[in-house]
Write a protein that binds this ligand. Structure first.
Ligand code: F6R
Length: 269
């Protein structure tokens, strides 16, 4: 894992957005795995700004989002389709037919087939080039809650009360927060060629430390990222505050040869 610690969420998000933009520039038909929630918001603002002022072109890009609430129609303001429309899709030149979000609104017995179709669509698109992730305070990635199979595929999951409460801010009452979601599985996420995990604030510090330095366990689903060959963990000082080997991670970054550093634009670009 490459651990990159920035003074604040703003500079961390700018750097992560730069990495995603590089992927799109190098491969105009890139397949991006996207996340929702508070964490990637500033990154999306940067991508939009790069599109508007730097001509970053999304016309050939395909996207797959991690998850969606079961029972919410795409027009529901708390649905993840709505979130993506508001924060990215409507603000760049992406072709909507290439944007994919798990179906949360199909009738109960239609969910497994929709999940299989989602997996198939990812495969048919050639797999995910770069997957953006946030992390839950309990160590979840996507909505793979603690105890999720580390080999899981896209499927329906039940949210923990911890996650329902964390996400209650997007709903008008706790009763409205769905109990079920459709999420890419951990096995699905691990097949992405590169993973960019963002975490900001003290509330994520425990989960980050357990993900990076704890044992690999289904109890902390993000810990499985230790087994992925290309993971960039982009965090602020607060989220890094419980890492035992923080000084080492900083030294690794500081002394990395410039040609290996993706957070510094290459000369002449
Ligand atoms: C969202 C997702 C979740 C969030 C996580 C953190 O698509 O898959 O894993 O990344 O719950 O949420 P925030 O960023 O709101 O703290």
């Amino acid at each position: 894992m490459e651990i990159l610690v920035y003074p604040d969420a703003r500079t961390a998000s700018a750097s992560a957005a730069g990495r995603m933009a590089d992927v799109v520039r190098q491969k105009p038909c890139a397949v991006l795995g996207l996340a929702t929630g508070s964490t990637p918001l500033t990154l999306y603002h940067h991508l939009v700004a790069m599109h508007r002022t730097g001509g970053l072109d999304f016309s050939g890009v395909t996207t797959f989002n991690l998850d969606e609430y079961v029972g919410l129609a795409p027009e529901h303001p708390a649905s993840y389709r709505y979130f993506m429309e508001e924060n990215l899709f409507s603000l760049v030149n992406i072709d909507r037919s290439r944007t994919h979000i798990p179906r949360g609104d199909c009738p109960g017995d239609g969910v497994p087939a929709a999940c299989e179709a989602y997996e198939r669509e990812i495969r048919e698109a050639g797999g995910i080039d770069i997957q953006l992730l946030g992390i839950g305070g309990d160590g979840h990635i996507g909505f793979n809650e603690p105890s999720s199979s580390l080999a899981s595929r896209t499927r329906i999951k039940t949210l923990t009360e911890h996650t329902r409460q964390a996400n209650a801010r997007f709903f008008s009452s706790m009763d409205e927060v769905p109990r079920h979601v459709v999420t890419m599985g951990i096995g699905t996420i691990l097949e992405a060629r590169e993973i960019l995990l963002l975490a900001f604030g003290e509330g994520k510090a425990d989960a980050v430390a357990r993900m990076v330095e704890g044992p690999v366990t289904a109890n902390v689903p993000a810990s499985i990222l230790q087994m992925h060959p290309v993971v960039k963990v982009v965090i602020d000082e607060a989220a890094a505050s419980k890492l035992e080997r923080l000084a080492y991670y900083k030294a690794v970054h500081q002394h990395k040869p410039v040609w290996q550093r993706w957070d510094i634009p290459p000369m002449g670009s």
